[in-house]
Design a protein around this ligand. Structure first.
Ligand code: HEM
Length: 421
């Protein structure tokens, strides 16, 4: 983090520089080409020195290997103009491009620059490798209201999510004009990214809600072992993988002709903060736990038999002619055969936010999924689960978000450039 290259060939806007460091640094460090060599990860498991390039056809942080840590943030945009919004996205692109390459957020880094101004990077990532940092940006439905002249750009697929049976959403944990998903194997790196992007946004956008996550609850590539959620079950076994390119193209990326052209190559992110009543779960028999999920707790095999990756057989009957995989089991109801073939890419994380007043862990799953169209994927799937899933007895949805995740940026085309064409 000692050299101040600007990966973009341009720098932060004047306002972005003020946000970072005050007037002292304006005019310095602009227009310098990137010089740092970075290790591009092609492996499916992440090493500390691995990095994922920020520029690309698609944004990283979707089908790239799921890292172990998350810092997710939703923002409200302040009373600014359309041009200032475009400038914010350009500044975020500039800083994200640097941080994913293991550099500081601004041109000087945390320990140099004008001595009388705050450093242009906060410093906690100094000397730390990027640990596979990805930064993924999204736009919420409210960004397309009358404030920025973007109403005609709102994709039809970017719906306001309906109320689902059992929802116990807390308004403070819902929505947002913009979102940033920062994932890394090192929590300090993920937090550093959100902290610096929030800092750059000062006066232009402010945090609405945010979430830390640990322990990925999915695999997104074949080389990754299946992790476990806080119910103690393997999670991600049947998830779509980056290697399933035909499925990924069909179910995850927005295709040309799908609707809003500027979204081609993008995807839609739905987040749900799901509180788990783990104290109740922990007093439940192993039999009941396995019946609820529809898989064994140890191996993660379907209750219809076989091993972890055996396809579940929902028709096999057991004692008293009851199906081996219960009618209300989570895997039966979430399976594509119960949802007209609809699939999603899951990329969620466990969370523990301290404890509540009753001495129970405030714990659960911060569910994140990506898809081509939430109207035919997340919504009917969640409706089916909300109505019928035996797991509902142990879970409560308290937060929610939906965001259009635009295609990747390129040199001279910041994130979301298509909104302003
Ligand atoms: C706290 C909440 C949840 C927990 C603990 C949980 C846990 C699990 C577990 C253990 C599995 C089986 C292993 C696997 O294939 O990954 C699974 C599968 C699945 N879950 Fe969830 N899940 C939760 C919420 C959701 C939600 C909200 C959705 C979507 C709306 C969802 C969609 C799926 C899908 C699509 C599968 C794969 C089904 C298949 O094709 O076999 N889950 N989940």
């Amino acid at each position: 983090m000692t050299t101040p290259p600007a990966p973009d060939g341009r720098g932060l806007s004047r306002r972005g520089l003020f946000s970072l460091a005050g007037a002292g640094v304006v005019g310095a460090g602009l227009g310098v080409g990137i010089t740092a060599a970075v290790t591009q990860s092609t492996a499916s498991t992440i090493r500390a020195t691995d990095s994922f390039t920020f520029y690309g056809k698609h944004q990283a942080g979707i089908v790239t290997p799921a890292q172990d840590r998350l810092h997710f943030a939703a923002f409200d945009v302040s009373d600014i103009t359309r041009a200032e919004l475009a400038e914010l996205l350009s500044d975020w692109t500039y800083a994200a491009n640097r941080m994913t390459a293991g550099l500081g957020a601004g041109p000087y880094g945390p320990t140099s620059g004008p001595y009388e101004a705050p450093p242009d990077d906060t410093g906690e990532a100094l000397d730390l490798p990027p640990s596979g940092l990805t930064i993924t940006f999204g736009f919420g439905p409210t960004l397309f209201d009358s404030r920025f002249g973007l109403a005609s750009k709102r994709p039809d697929a970017l719906i306001d999510l309906p109320h689902f049976p059992g929802d116990a959403l807390q308004p403070a944990l819902v929505g947002g004009d913009l979102c940033i998903q920062a994932c890394s194997d090192d929590p300090q790196i993920a937090v550093h990214a959100i902290r610096n992007l929030s800092r750059i946004a000062f006066g232009r956008a402010s945090l609405r809600w945010s979430q830390l996550g640990f322990g990925r609850t999915s695999s997104t590539t074949r080389a990754q072992a299946t992790p476990r959620n806080l119910f103690g079950f393997k999670d991600g076994t049947a998830n779509m993988r980056a290697e399933d390119t035909a499925e990924v193209n069909k179910q995850i990326w927005v295709n040309a002709g799908d609707g809003a052209d500027w979204m081609t190559g993008g995807s839609y992110l739905v987040s749900r903060k799901i509180r788990m009543t783990i104290e109740t779960w922990d007093r439940t028999s192993l039999h009941e736990q396995e019946t609820v999920i529809g898989r064994t707790k140890g191996e993660g095999a379907p209750l219809s038999g076989g091993s972890e990756f055996t396809e579940p057989d929902f028709s096999t009957l057991g004692r008293e002619d009851k199906p081996l995989i219960d009618e209300k089991a989570h895997v039966r109801l979430a399976h594509p055969t119960s949802n007209k073939g609809a699939e999603i890419l899951r990329r969620g994380y466990n969370f523990v936010d301290g404890n509540d007043d009753l001495g129970r862990l405030n714990a659960g799953l911060f569910f994140i999924c990506f898809q081509r169209d939430p109207r035919t994927q997340f919504v009917p799937l969640q409706l089916n689960l909300a109505k019928n899933d035996a797991m509902n007895e142990y879970t409560r949805h308290v937060g929610s978000g939906i965001f259009a995740v635009p295609p990747g940026a390129s040199s001279g085309r910041p994130i979301g450039a298509g909104l302003f064409d």
